[in-house]
Design a protein around this ligand. Structure first.
Ligand code: UDP
Ligand code: MG
Length: 344
């Protein structure tokens, strides 16, 4: 799969070239890379991750920091992270006060990163560090967002592959902001896009959607997503379903409008049917049987009404959460080299 700009085409060829040229001129020679890594119950993965990422970045000669966000892990993840952080001052730990979910943890990491470019990464090495080199090449060419596209999803279950395909189709047909299919959070984002992202106030943070909302010139780099290095996925199908629902509802009002159109269509059918019945009564007299059609109409309309109420409820519930305006995450502490250890 060749690399592809997104949206396709972002701007016409010549204009794109000039925008890239302008950005290229602004790129610092020795940028600081911030890896933002949310972690939740991942004590087995930390050393594997560091043993792969740090030598790679050192070898490639990148200046970097790793911002770990401990998302309320219940195991000894924090202890491990702090031990490693003591030995390497490029590692920083943002400890959240409880589990806020991956999207909130990523937001916390983004807020605490200082780099010229940010790279959200999972800790399970499903986001191969070698790709960072290719991301950086594209960034040097002037692209502001370079995202990884999973070319084969062999590491996912069949159910996840199929549902992911449906999700990207459904999302992109309903949302005015399109997201590239099969791209996760693994990407490189330039500081100027991060600054825009940080201004988005919503609590319901569907990060892939928010990155796409920001815009700028983006390009995808294809890669094969490996299996998890250690531990187990934190996302089962039910959690993924809720994640998908959050995504669609926070980027599209089409479901709300759909009940309106459904209502219009059913009303039209009802009017025609009423005309038919009245005409029939006038011509042939009253004909009592009709239990089946009556019951079907009652049940169908009842179902549609409940469904529409449910759709409204989805939006209302999120509106409620947004209006309360609670913070997206709460930081217990930021631990850097030499910083006091929390009580054991
Ligand atoms: N994660 C998190 N908070 C959560 C769930 C997951 O910070 O509530 C982190 C997790 O530790 C990992 C990343 O998010 O670094 C991706 O999770 P996972 O590998 O389980 O997702 P999958 O790759 O299966 O979609
Ligand atoms: Mg994973």
């Amino acid at each position: 799969m060749p690399d592809q700009t997104f949206p396709v085409p972002a701007v016409a060829g010549d204009a794109l070239g000039r925008q890239l040229l302008a950005q290229r001129g602004r790129r610092p020679a020795d940028p600081l890379l911030s890896l933002v890594v949310p972690v939740f119950d991942e004590e087995e993965s930390i050393d594997i991750f560091l043993a792969s990422v740090v030598p790679f970045l050192d070898g490639a000669g990148f200046r970097f920091e790793v911002v770990f966000v401990n998302d309320g892990s219940r195991d000894n993840t924090l202890g491990h992270l702090l031990d490693r952080g003591m030995r390497d001052r490029r590692l920083r730990v943002v400890n959240l006060s409880r589990n806020f979910g991956k999207e909130a943890a990523l937001t916390a990491g983004i807020d605490h990163a200082r780099g010229d470019v940010l790279i959200p990464m999972d800790i399970d090495l499903q986001d191969p560090p070698e790709l960072i080199g290719r991301f950086m090449e594209r960034w040097r060419e002037g692209y502001d967002i370079v995202y990884g596209v999973r070319s084969a999803r062999d590491s996912d279950t069949a159910a996840k592959r199929v549902s992911a395909g449906w999700f990207y189709w459904a999302f992109n047909s309903m949302s005015p902001v399109r997201i590239p299919a099969h791209a996760g959070d693994f990407r490189l984002v330039d500081r100027r896009a991060i600054e825009v992202l940080r201004q988005l106030p919503e609590r319901n943070r569907f990060m892939k959607g928010l990155f796409a909302w920001v815009g700028f010139n983006s390009i995808g780099v294809a890669y094969e997503r490996p299996q998890r290095a250690a531990g187990a996925s934190k996302f089962n199908l039910w959690r993924l379903w809720n994640f998908a629902l959050d995504g669609v509802v926070s980027f599209s009002t089409v479901p709300l409008r759909a009940s309106f159109y459904l209502g219009v269509a059913i009303a039209a059918v009802a009017v025609l049917y009423a005309l038919f019945i009245v005409t029939r009564v006038l011509l042939f007299g009253i004909d009592t049987p009709g239990y089946a059609s009556l019951l079907i109409a009652v049940l169908l309309l009842g179902a549609i009404q409940l469904l529409s109420l449910g759709v409204i409820g989805e939006y209302l519930g999120r509106l409620f959460l947004e209006v309360k305006g609670r913070p997206i995450y709460v930081v217990e502490g930021v631990y850097e080299e030499g910083a006091p250890r929390p009580p054991a």
